[in-house]
Design a binder for this molecule. Structure first.
Ligand code: UTP
Length: 233
């Protein structure tokens, strides 16, 4: 299978712990023995800190986004270092470069591309462009809920959800100050338009990625640590 993985900076680069990077790298190396794998790394806490600092100086939002993109690319560089000879040695700065890099047979790792979105959207666009079999959004929550579970104790988790319903939920969450949706609205829209199967999953423990992407993902059956976004009934 061709898999595009959005790897959240908040789980990958937590405390900028090199042992954590190495753990994720090991899992990705294992998955890449069975599947073609491209990874898009997020910015995590460092991106948030840099963006806050820039905003406090009066920087406009596009400048803040460019700063965020740089951090996502730094995390990509770190993950490439952790992958050693299994990683493609450069960070593609656009989708065409990523597509060419994929032909190397190595694990390709990239960060952000353009202002106004997050790396979930980059991963969704890359998956659409490459006609990937699967998009996985690896994050710190175990799937998509009817509302933000951090704010609403009655939020219900879905095993499976249609892209249209995902868009409605994500838009409703984004409208509420302080709430954070598990999927960027741009990514949700791309998932809808390209009819791509996507899995949003908790990957705070990297070995869950190996378990799911190494085996269960191929069957696309329900997983306890995530939600499938699919048009399948
Ligand atoms: P992230 O994708 O890391 O956002 O991009 P996030 O929602 O904070 O995700 P986690 O915490 O890593 O899981 C960090 C920032 O970089 C900019 C945006 O400002 C985003 O908030 N960015 C990223 C872009 O502007 N364009 C991109 O293509 C990617």
């Amino acid at each position: 299978m061709l898999i595009v993985l959005s790897l959240g900076g908040s789980i990958l680069a937590k405390n900028l712990d090199s042992a954590r990077f190495l753990k994720y790298a090991k899992v990705l190396q294992d998955i890449s023995k069975k599947h073609t794998l491209l990874v898009v790394t997020g910015g995590g806490e460092a991106a948030r800190n840099y963006i806050e600092a820039a905003r406090a100086m009066g920087a406009d939002e596009v400048t803040c986004d460019y700063i965020g993109i740089e951090i996502t690319r730094l995390n990509a560089r770190l993950l490439i270092a952790a992958l050693g000879s299994d990683g493609y040695p450069d960070v593609p700065s656009n989708y065409l470069e990523a597509s060419k890099a994929m032909n190397s047979g190595k694990v390709v790792v990239m960060g952000g591309v353009t202002p106004g979105q997050t790396t979930d959207a980059v991963a969704a666009i890359l998956a659409e462009y490459l006609r990937a079999d699967l998009l996985t959004i690896a994050t710190s929550i175990d799937g998509v809920y009817s509302s933000d579970p951090n704010c609403d104790p009655n939020a219900v988790k879905y095993d499976t959800i249609s892209p249209e319903k995902l868009i409605n939920i994500v838009m409703a969450i984004e409208m509420k100050a302080g709430s954070k949706s598990p999927v960027d609205p741009v990514a949700a829209k791309i998932i809808e338009r390209c009819k791509l199967d996507a899995l949003v999953m908790d990957a705070r423990d990297p070995s869950l990625l190996r378990e799911i992407l190494g085996g269960e993902a191929a069957k696309k059956s329900p997983v306890s640590c995530g939600t499938w976004i699919t048009k399948r009934k």
